[in-house]
Design a protein around this ligand. Structure first.
Ligand SMILES: Nc1ncnc2c1ncn2[C@@H]1O[C@H](COP(=O)(O)OP(=O)(O)O)[C@@H](O)[C@H]1O
Ligand SMILES: [Mg+2]
Length: 252
């Protein structure tokens, strides 16, 4: 179980303080599949990054199984079972695919690695010895990153827009794999940041994050109609000159 307690995040920039997350409190329970959705720039990746320790919250706490992990480093959190597949995965010079995936879980065999590569739509013969650097395309790296989180013994697996950059040919297969992996490891908390209808439908709970806040939570039937309305109106970031027009259109 992982919780955010009154988490805020702000950055100091030349133009002044930028508020990214504003007083977010939420508990993600074991065995549940959550989808965080919302407009671009709403704060979804920032929520993942404060959970993973990539950003330190300006205030508030992150609690993992009753333990305050707010001051823990990224690697300490990974060791405790929090794993994050980046929206834009970093590359690693000098590490091959086999090594990269073994880092996720030392106990896995080469046969396991070959199997997961097949499942993510990459041919083992072609990829096992490849280096996880800029030589891999964005979509290939994305698949690799997802495989690494799925192979790990993560208690909490956070996948940031896993469908982004993945071609249509492997799209359905990848989404199914993520959903199935969650249900097999039923005690895992899976948090998927996504706009995909398939994930939204599979979720136990959908959380809409916009303007640095949780706007609404619920199941697909409850949230789907609100998303259609929200994207066009109240949750979309608007420029000042647009704001008046939007207020009229959305009845705010
Ligand atoms: N390091 C940073 N410095 C300043 N602003 C940032 C930084 N990281 C993210 N932001 C801003 O925070 C907001 C939320 O970003 P993000 O969490 O990536 O949104 P989302 O994932 O929902 O698209 C955006 O306006 C983004 O530009
Ligand atoms: Mg994002």
């Amino acid at each position: 179980m992982i919780s955010l307690e009154n988490v805020s995040l702000k950055f100091e920039e030349e133009k002044g303080i930028v508020h990214i997350l504003n007083d977010i409190s939420i508990t993600f329970e074991p065995g549940k599949l959550y989808v965080i959705t919302g407009p671009n720039g709403g704060g979804k990746t920032s929520v993942a990054k404060v959970m993973m320790g990539i950003h330190n919250p300006s205030s508030g706490k992150i609690i993992l199984d009753d333990q305050d992990i707010t001051s823990c480093s990224i690697s300490e959190r990974a060791f405790k079972g929090v794993r994050y597949a980046f929206q834009n995965p970093p590359r690693f010079k000098g590490i091959d695919v086999k090594w990269f995936l073994k880092l996720a879980n030392e106990a896995i065999t080469e046969a396991d690695i070959s199997l997961i590569l097949k499942k993510i739509g990459l041919c083992p013969e072609e990829y096992l010895e490849r280096t996880v650097d800029a030589g891999l395309s964005g979509g290939e790296m994305k698949r690799m990153e997802i495989a690494s989180v799925l192979l790990s013994k993560a208690k909490v697996a956070i996948l940031d827009e896993p469908e982004a950059g993945v071609d249509l040919w492997g799209f359905e297969q990848l989404l199914n794999l993520i959903i199935q992996s969650h249900h097999k490891a039923i005690k895992r908390t899976t948090i998927i940041i996504s706009h995909s209808e398939k994930f939204l439908k599979a979720a136990d709970e959908i959380i809409v994050v916009a303007n640095g806040k949780i706007q609404v939570r619920g199941n697909y039937a409850e949230i789907h109609p609100l998303i259609q309305e929200g994207i066009n109106c109240r949750w979309r970031k608007v420029c000042l000159e647009e704001e008046k027009e939007d207020e009229i259109k959305c009845g705010r």
